[in-house]
Structures are given as C-alpha cells and as structure tokens.
Design a protein around this ligand. Structure first.
Ligand code: FAD
Length: 487
C-alpha cells in the first residue's frame, strides 16, 4: 500500500518546492527533497525517472503526466539523441531556462550559470497564445495557480523564471546562481572546453562541454558574434510597478492591453491637458503587481522636469545625472492614475531588487540584433558549438511584447540545432541549417506562425509556415562562423 499520508515528509517537501516563491527557496526545497529521497541531482540521465519512482504522491503524479507527455515526443528519441552532449547555458532568464529544459529532454547534460542570486523582476511579459499553450504543457498552472486564468495573456518575469527553474530542476538540469561567466578556458590535450567563472573556485568551472548557449540577455553577445544596430527615432520607455493589495476595488479596474496615440487621440490629449504628460502609448497589466509600460515624449519629460537638460545623445539624455528621480516617480504615477480612470486606490510603488520604488526609464531608440545565431570554434581538434537565444540574439521591442514569443522560438530552434549536433551531422551543415531558420525569426507574428499549437515541437516545420532548412548553404557559413585554429 502506497503511503499517501499528507504528513509524509517527502510529500510536504514536494508541496513546498512546488509553491516556493523565491529562487533561493526553490533551490533549498529541491535540495532537501533530493536529500530526503536519496537522489543525486547530478545523476542527470536517470534523475527524473528515479524521482518519479521514489515520489509516489498523487500531486506529483499530476505533474509527471504533463512532463511525460512532453518528454515522449519523437524529437527527443527518449532522451537518447543527445546522451553524449554536454551543454553550458549562460543565464537563467526565461529564455536560458526554456532552452535548458529542451536540452535536458534531448538527454544532454545541462549546466546553467546565473550571475544573480535572486529573481526580482516585477515587470510583466506579454505572452503570445502559443507560449501560453507551451507553458501549460510544462505544468505552469501547477506551479502558479493564477497562470493565465481567463483571458490573461501575461506573467511577471520573476514568476516565469520560477516556473521554468522548477521544471528545469525536475528534469535534471544543474542550475548555479551567484556565479558569473567570464570567458572560455580553451581545451588542452587532456581537457575539453571549460568556463572561466567568478568566483574562480566555483565547481562548475570544472565542467567540460561541447555546446555553449548564451542567453545572457540585453547586449551580452559573446566574442565571435557580430551584431547589427537598428536605429529608429528617439523612443523613451518608462516601466513602473505598484503594489497589488488584491482588494475588490483593484480587481474592478480594467487592464489596458495597449492603447496607442493613433487609435485614441482624445485619451492622450486629455492626459496631456490634465497632467502635462505626453505619451505615445501605454499598457497596463494586473499581475503580482500593477504594471505599466509607456512610451513618453521627450518634450513633456523635459517640461515636467523629469529630464533636466536636453542632449542629442540618448545615453547622456537618460543618464542618472540628468534624471530627477522624484519627478520621474510623479510622472509615472500620474500616467498610471489617469489611464486607470483614477480608480486604482492606494497606489504605492512596489520595490525593486535594490529596495527602491520600481520605476525605470530606458531608451529603445536603437536595438541590437545578432548577425548570426550560431558558430563553431575549434581548438586542439575539439569543437565547440555556440548559439544565442533570447534578448542577446534579437533585442525585443518591449511595448510589442516580442521578447518571450521570439525568445522561445529561438530556444526551440537552438534545441533543434543541438539535436543535429548530437546526431553527428557535419558541423557546417548544423550551422547552415540554424542560420536558415534564424532568417525567419524577426518576421514572426502571432498571425503568421502555425496555429496548430498542440503540434509544436522543436522541429521548426511544426511552427513556421514556410521554412526552408537549406536556404543557407554550408559553404556560405564556412568563413564567418567556423573559427578554427588547430594548434
Ligand atoms: P534575461 O531575462 O535578461 O536573462 C538573462 C540572464 O542572464 C539574467 O538573469 C542575467 O543575470 C544573466 N547573465 C547575464 N550575463 C551573465 C554572465 N556573464 N554570467 C552569468 N549570468 C549572466 N520585457 C518586456 O516585455 N517588458 C518589460 O517590462 C521588460 N522589462 C525588463 C526589465 C529588465 C530590467 C530587463 C533586464 C529586461 C526586461 N524585459 C522586459 C525584457 C525581458 O525580460 C526579456 O525579453 C525576457 O526576460 C527574455 O530574456 P532572456 O532570457 O533572453 O534574458
């Protein structure tokens, strides 16, 4: 007779793990659970199977059903296709973790490095329908009951990271926080590719890998990759978060999924007349916080004293020394208050990781896009496949919420690339195929990707409408993406 006693310590630990609300708590409860069940989380090949065998608990079983369904997909060949592949993933943001999950399902050994030691971003991400479907398939609702209930199509960055961290750990991914990737240690006759880390005595520095995935966000593009800058007209974004007290009055206030000046001139004119605030657009999402993102006009920021002095250089314009923080708080508060019809009661700023009101102003006048998504380095006859995913591949345009949608597409495409690598496909062909697929990424919209979400897999043909895996030929990547020095 199976022990289904609710006071069973492993059941209690599992419940705590599932409900953990901070990165540290997830790691602690996971390690306690492993210890209690006498499981070694580094035993990545059989960790998940053993966990299932030892944790005979109905709540856990509901989770296994979801994860098993995913794991049984033919693309993963029962986790055998990349059984010899060792992957280092830089960054435990949503895209790094989403990639790590796919690599683990392919059977690879996966180590994730994250320089921060907490998940603290309140800002809210817009989710395209396919990403909601994808996350439900990873049991997002079991980890976060409020996940996309009703018509909600967004989630806070930190909550998404927590869900993906939990799934990663259950699938045998090793996640190290508080450790920074500094560069590569090149192979010797006796050793393979390794990473230089801070702190420099971190045990993950001993890990030898043949695949490196950078998901470092923003402009973190590793050496060897080139990027393009796309410059538009000056665009100043402001994000802010207010505490959600979860009162009945707050529940009544309608979200704004996006209102742009060209569609509602009266709204923006009234805002300017009443508050002196001049915006191009504004979005309001109700999540763990009340989250607003808006594009503000420089002239009104100057007039309201938020920006002290006009400069043509955006870095100087928005540099700390040129911004009056109190005026910025008043500006953001005013816009949020007006756009919700003055109906949000008791508007107090939520705090950011530094304990300050969570308001930020940023420039998205120019955005970066990596020219290539992959390359291969070779030293001492040892090859390293490198790939970029998420914001460091294509910097997203926040107001359109493309970050997660295109970030997850790139995560799947990258997993497909690693699958080909694991299968022993010639490296020039692996890279050429990855670049052929990358050409499609920036054109994807919720309308033009395939609609049969249940058929989505890491195979690009299931997701993109017109994909030609050979549009770039192996000889076209030979000179730019194969960095080979055989010493
Ligand atoms: P990120 O989420 O940025 O994750 C990258 C991770 O890599 C980080 O955790 C970072 O600490 C880690 N890292 C970087 N360098 C190293 C290193 N050398 N060693 C180890 N770890 C490293 N999008 C929106 O749509 N709306 C928003 O309001 C919004 N706000 C944002 C606010 C901030 C402060 C940031 C940074 C991003 C924001 N974004 C927003 C973008 C959004 O978070 C990303 O599109 C999304 O999280 C996917 O990004 P990612 O996983 O590629 O990178």
């Amino acid at each position: 007779m199976v022990n289904q006693d609710p006071t069973n310590p492993s059941h209690a630990l599992f419940d705590q793990f599932v409900q953990s609300q901070t990165c540290k708590e997830v790691q602690r409860t996971f390690s306690e659970l492993c210890h209690h069940l006498q499981l070694d989380p580094r035993d990545y090949q059989s960790f998940y199977t053993k966990l299932k065998e030892r944790l005979n608990y109905w709540k856990a079983k509901a989770l296994w059903i979801k994860l098993d369904k995913r794991a049984q997909h033919q693309d993963y060949q029962q986790g055998k296709v990349c059984a010899k592949t060792k992957c280092l993933v830089l960054g435990a943001g949503p895209c790094g973790l989403r990639t790590a999950i796919e690599l683990a399902l392919l059977g690879a050994q996966v180590v994730v490095l994250e320089k921060r030691d907490s998940f603290s971003r309140n800002n809210v991400l817009h989710l395209w329908p396919y990403t909601i479907y994808d996350l439900r398939g990873l049991a997002a609702k079991k980890f976060y009951g409020k996940f996309c209930t009703g018509a909600l199509d967004h989630i806070s960055i930190r909550q998404l990271q927590l869900i993906l961290l939990k799934v990663s750990l259950l699938l045998g991914v090793e996640v190290h926080t508080g450790v920074e990737f500094k560069g590569f240690v090149e192979p010797s006759e006796a050793t393979g590719w390794m990473a230089e880390l801070f702190p420099d005595d971190h045990p993950a520095g001993k890990f030898q890998f043949d695949v490196f995935i950078s998901a470092g966000g923003g402009r973190f593009v590793p050496d060897g990759f080139r990027w393009k800058e796309l410059r538009g007209k000056l665009a100043i974004g402001i994000t802010c978060n207010f505490i959600n007290h979860h009162s009945a009055a707050e529940a009544q206030v309608a979200e704004i999924s996006g209102v742009a000046r060209i569609y509602n001139q009266k709204f923006f004119q009234d805002l300017l007349t009443e508050k002196g605030i001049d915006l191009e657009n504004i979005v309001y999402y109700k999540d763990a916080t009340h989250y607003f993102v808006m594009t503000a006009k420089k002239k009104s920021l100057l007039k309201m004293g938020v920006i002290k002095q006009d400069f043509s250089d955006a870095n100087q314009l928005l540099g700390q020394a040129n911004v009056d923080q109190d005026a910025l708080l008043r500006y953001a508060h005013g816009a949020a208050h007006f756009s919700t019809g003055h109906r949000l009661p008791n508007m107090q700023f939520a705090l950011n990781h530094a304990g300050q009101p969570d308001v930020a102003m940023f420039d998205f006048t120019c955005m970066h896009r990596a020219e290539n998504a992959s390359l291969v380095r070779e030293r001492k006859g040892k090859k390293l496949l490198m790939g970029l995913v998420g914001d460091c591949l294509v910097e997203p345009f926040w107001p359109l919420g493309t970050g997660i949608a295109r970030g997850f597409l790139a995560a799947f495409d990258t997993a497909w690339m690693v699958r080909s690598w694991g299968k022993g496909k010639p490296h020039l062909e692996v890279v050429a195929e990855r670049e052929s697929i990358y050409q499609l990424l920036s054109q994807t919209t919720p309308e033009n990707i395939n609609k049969n979400y249940s058929a989505f897999s890491i195979d690009p043909a299931t997701r993109y409408q017109h994909v030609n895996l050979n549009s770039i030929k192996a000889n076209q990547v030979r000179n730019t993406q194969i960095l080979s020095i055989t010493l």
